[in-house]
Design a protein around this ligand. Structure first.
Ligand code: PEP
Ligand code: MG
Length: 592
């Protein structure tokens, strides 16, 4: 049921990728999707019923989340329309028929649900009266949601070739789905779900696509082609903007570009504090094409290359040769700057269709990342051989994700040694001094840092995961975004512990989680003595400006003070009191 007629409307969500986009809407998940009849094998009845039950539960959670948002953004009264959505999901008659169709007619979950919704909708359509018509719209809405959940989680193929520039509206997008859009014509993103540290958001920032998530846009009448403004700085979306809106946001966009240009002169300067402490400011990248922005923004190298993106958008594994080409391209284009290649970190919200991780329960903590690689050593070795061969250029560093115990690290290194041996036999060259490091992103790795440090050349702090695992807060869930506090003392103290251990062992530490590009946190990290900070390329100029503005002495004092505080709120306040005014004056932070 539309909440309003398609006149000007302002929606508020979570700003997940900065910048301003103005353009026509492209709706990824159309309201009415067709589901073809599909039969399942009799032995699949139980798993299919479980899959259906989970999809219904998830749909209910999503609707409750939207209801809460509409209630606070628009009003309690308007939010009540979602009660009828929930009632449909719980309707015994509908559910009994759908589950029976799966059990007795062997229909796939999506077909059984689609069929039932259609039969009911046809009945309502034929009936007279406004009430039933409204009910039909609710039915279709719920049907689309459940079918989206059932189908889109199974397949990563939405392959969209945008022929003209468009603002994309989607319920949710996985990073692999987003990487299938053609970048040039993707102006901006409006998403119902997804938080700042979801990989969709990280990729949007890397690709410099303005994005807002946490928007209940599907409850509003939006037609394809309708004009939208996406303000990824403030998390605002304007539907059917007035000419005045377009002018105002056009000016904001021009100011944003002008600011970027004014920072361009920092490109060739070193990131050195006023009192001479050098910090390597590096880039996090997801795609080899980002080499261009690594250079444009003057990165001191690549602190994190998320190699899993090579595995997206295809059903099979990239071959050793295909992987080698990508890694070699990065290493040779950026030489002599270091390029840190992280081995496959699939799972969580990064689904790779060639590994069937999608159905794995609790996938952030499930069979993912290094665990998948260690249980598929032959596949792992293909990647390792490709990285080793690329290392012949001399500037590659190898990094293992999600190490949670010493055994995993040893096993990964052993398989690397086997890959080296195979290359020797083939007569291929590689860097004999290749640096090997591991990510510290699981609390157990922090506690074992002393042992791990004896066996690696560097550490890289994955604060996105470290935060979610420390605080038990799903990083991709926008509903609990306020509980996701990377600047919690529980996280900062672990970071300090890792830093102390690394110092004792004389190995460098990088922070490559999203925290590294938060100006306040960057001061704390510099004060802790961090060697490298790695972030989305477009964040580098601002961070370089910051590094050149502060003194190491002040940053050290700041780190000492902050580590004494006992809550994220206190830390926030302390940092703002101490630095906000000067950073605003220096143009590094905006007011507010
Ligand atoms: C992290 O967890 O902080 C990290 C950098 O890795 P990713 O975001 O890819 O999980
Ligand atoms: Mg991680």
């Amino acid at each position: 049921m539309p909440l309003t007629s398609p006149s000007r409307m302002v929606l508020r969500g979570i700003p997940v990728s900065p910048g301003i986009a103005i353009g026509p809407a492209y709706i990824v998940h159309p309201e009415h999707r067709e589901v073809l009849k599909q039969l399942i094998a009799p032995e699949k009845v139980e798993s299919e019923s479980i899959r259906l039950r989970r999809a219904l539960d998830r749909a209910q959670k999503e609707i409750e989340g939207i209801k809460n948002r509409v209630s606070s953004d628009i009003g309690e009264h308007e939010s009540r329309i979602f009660d009828s959505h929930i009632l449909i999901l719980r309707d015994r008659e509908i559910l009994d028929t759908v589950f029976r169709d799966v059990r007795e007619n062997l229909y796939s979950a999506e077909y059984a649900f689609y069929r039932q919704i259609n039969l009911l909708a046809e009945r309502f359509d034929a009936a007279a009266g406004g009430f039933l018509k409204d009910h039909m719209i609710d039915l279709r809405d719920v049907g689309t949601r459940v079918i989206d959940i059932l189908t889109l989680s199974e397949s990563t193929q939405i392959a969209v070739e945008l022929e003209e520039p468009r603002v994309i509206l989607a319920r949710s997008l996985t990073p692999s789905e987003l990487s299938q859009f053609n970048r040039r014509n993707t102006l901006g993103l409006c998403m119902e779900t997804g938080s700042k540290t979801s990989h969709m958001a990280i990729l949007a920032r890397s690709l410099e696509i303005p994005a807002v998530s946490g928007l209940s846009w599907r409850e509003i009448q939006i037609d394809p082609g309708q004009t939208l403004i996406v303000d990824g700085n403030d998390g605002v979306v304007v539907l059917n903007p007035t000419l005045r809106d377009i002018k105002e946001y056009g000016m904001k966009r021009a100011a944003h570009f002008a600011e970027e240009d004014s920072l361009a002169n920092l490109r060739d300067l070193d990131a050195v504090t006023r009192d001479g402490k050098y910090v390597a400011l590096e880039a996090n990248i997801e795609l080899p094409v980002e080499v261009e922005s690594v250079s444009r923004y003057g990165a001191a190298g690549v602190g994190l290359y998320r190699s899993e993106f090579l595995f997206f958008t295809r059903d099979d594994m990239p071959t050793e040769e295909e992987q080698y080409e990508a890694y070699h391209y990065l290493a040779s284009s950026l030489n002599p700057h270091p390029v840190t290649i992280r081995t496959l970190d699939a799972g969580g919200d990064k689904l790779v269709s060639s590994f069937k991780i999608a159905g794995d329960d609790n996938s952030y903590m499930g069979w993912r990342s290094i665990r998948v690689c260690l249980s598929n050593p032959d596949i792992f070795k293909i990647q390792l051989r490709a990285i080793l061969r690329a290392s012949a250029a001399g500037n590659v560093r190898l990094m293992f994700p999600m190490i949670s115990n010493l055994q995993e690290l040893r096993e990964a290194k052993k398989i690397t040694e086997e890959a080296r041996e195979e290359l020797r036999e083939r007569g291929e060259s590689f860097d004999p001094n290749l640096q090997i490091g591991c990510m510290i992103e699981v609390p157990s790795a922090v506690l074992l840092a002393d042992e791990l440090a004896r066996e690696v050349d560097f550490f890289s702090l994955g604060t996105n995961d470290l935060t979610q695992f420390t605080l038990a807060v799903d990083r991709a869930n926008e509903r609990i975004a306020d509980l996701y506090q990377p600047h919690s003392p529980a996280v900062l103290r672990q970071i300090q512990t890792v830093m102390n251990v690394a110092r004792n062992h004389g190995i460098p530490v990088c922070v490559c989680g999203e925290m590294a590009s938060d100006p306040y946190m960057a001061i704390v990290f510099i004060g802790m003595g961090m060697d490298e900070l790695s972030m989305s390329p477009s964040k580098l100029p601002e961070m370089k400006q910051l590094t050149r503005f502060i003194s190491y002495e002040d940053a050290r004092e700041c780190a000492r003070e902050v580590l004494k505080l006992t809550s994220a709120g206190e830390i926030d306040r302390w940092l703002k009191n101490r630095f906000q005014e000067q950073l605003v004056k220096a143009g590094i932070l905006k007011k507010g």
